[in-house]
Design a protein around this ligand. Structure first.
Ligand SMILES: NC(=O)c1ccc[n+]([C@@H]2O[C@H](COP(=O)([O-])OP(=O)(O)OC[C@H]3O[C@@H](n4cnc5c(N)ncnc54)[C@H](OP(=O)(O)O)[C@@H]3O)[C@@H](O)[C@H]2O)c1
Length: 203
């Protein structure tokens, strides 16, 4: 797939590398193509750099891994996103879009894309490597678009996650952000460290 990575920092960089290794074409969408965080990602196979608008226009799938509050402006920059899939990995921890509870809700309201919340519920180190030896971590997603969720689940598998659990529709997106806050609480506030992750077990 052709995947635009908007936000080439911790999360965008981890997933750009995982998906490039899995054989996807990666289009880094950045504000300044001469100077940007994650320039080393250009050494990955099948990876090129573009303006944000160009990357979004050329891609089938757009990963957003930026601060959430820029989602309303970003929707304008994306232009006509009909037929595209937007994966929102942001968390409204410190800030949120002015008129929406999460970036997901802004993208759902302001673009014609199919939108899914995914890759928000664990630390970027786990997106680089979800393998814990005896088991692989699970990923979680939410949103009303079944097509977008199918693509997100495939990309979670391509990044090495064992299962991608469906949290439910768009009404579950804020719950999925709270789930991410639960990881942040355990890892950082409660001091368990960033090498922990969520796994559904069954008997
Ligand atoms: N860190 C984690 O472990 C983690 C895990 C799950 C979810 N998240 C969520 O993922 C998002 C990104 O987190 P991160 O840790 O990857 O952040 P980060 O390393 O600081 O990277 C943020 C990226 O967003 C870009 N950006 C910032 N403002 C922008 C703007 N106005 N327009 C275009 N691009 C802009 C930055 O580009 P410049 O270099 O040009 O500033 C940078 O590439 C956040 O919403 C966070 O809550 C983070």
């Amino acid at each position: 797939m052709k995947i635009a990575i908007i936000g080439t920092g911790n999360v965008g960089g981890a997933l750009a590398t995982a998906w490039a290794k899995a054989g996807h074409q990666i289009l880094l969408g950045v504000r300044d193509t001469q100077h940007f965080k994650g320039a080393e990602l250009l050494q990955n196979p099948g990876t090129s750099v573009h303006s944000i608008a160009e990357a979004a226009q050329l891609a089938e799938v757009i990963l957003v891994a930026t601060p959430p509050q820029i989602a309303e402006n970003m929707s304008l920059v994306f232009g006509d996103a009909t037929g595209k899939i937007i994966i929102d990995s942001t968390n409204s921890v410190r800030a949120k879009p002015e008129n929406y509870p999460t970036a997901f809700h802004a993208f759902e309201a302001l673009t014609h894309a199919e939108v899914v919340k995914c890759f928000n519920s664990t630390g970027f180190e786990n997106m680089t490597n979800p393998d814990y030896g005896h088991t692989r971590l699970d990923m979680f997603m939410a949103g009303n678009s079944l097509g977008a969720k199918q693509v997100a689940a495939k990309l979670a598998s391509d990044a090495g996650f064992e299962n991608c659990y469906d949290f439910g529709g768009s009404d579950k997106v804020e719950l999925l952000e709270k789930f991410a806050l639960s990881w942040i609480n355990l890892a950082i506030m409660q001091g368990h460290g960033r090498d922990i992750g969520f796994k559904v077990v069954r008997r």
